[in-house]
Design a protein. Structure first.
Length: 167
């Protein structure tokens, strides 16, 4: 099994990309953060609890994937939540993670950024988060591949072409 992470800026098109990959028949996992918000934890009011809950979802997702032998695309990863905890001054233990070395990164894209019921923070906060995530993946030794700002079908094809090259 190969786990490809799609991370990056909130509102950068990650979830739309993952949904399209799923519609095309690829194995995918939804973003932990949106699931945590739906469970009733507000990241603005309880950021540490939110990040810990994201880690719990990411860990449960990984346990649930152990029997798979296919490629899986993840909308964010445990690393995203770990970086949030570090930003909040929390200690984060080192954990060996099974992700592919190549991480696909959605850059800030103001033309498509929107707030919604599960994304209450502004674009500036999303950009700051993206900067922290970029550094967090690089420090851990991942190769960060920037997703181009293309129409969805072209963006999906670009990602699949890169996956084909590294697989």
């Amino acid at each position: 099994m190969t786990l490809f992470v799609v991370s990056g800026c909130s509102g950068g098109g990650k979830s739309t990309l993952i949904a399209e990959l799923s519609a095309l028949g690829y194995a995918t996992l939804p973003e932990p953060g949106r699931r945590v918000v739906r469970s009733g934890i507000d990241p603005q009011q309880e950021p540490v609890r939110f990040a810990h809950a994201c880690i719990a979802y990411a860990d449960a997702d990984l346990r649930g994937l152990k029997a798979l032998t296919t490629t899986v695309f993840l909308d964010r990863s445990r690393i995203d939540a770990e970086e949030a905890l570090k930003h909040l001054g929390e200690r984060v233990p080192e954990v060996q993670l099974p992700y592919a070395r190549e991480v696909f990164f959605a850059p800030p894209w103001p033309e498509i950024y929107v707030k919604d019921a599960e994304r209450a923070h502004g674009f500036e906060d999303a950009v700051a988060e993206a900067d922290r995530l970029w550094q967090g993946y690089l420090v851990r030794g991942y190769e960060v591949l920037v997703l181009p700002k293309l129409p969805l079908d072209a963006r999906v094809q670009w990602l699949l072409d890169r996956v084909e090259r590294v697989s």
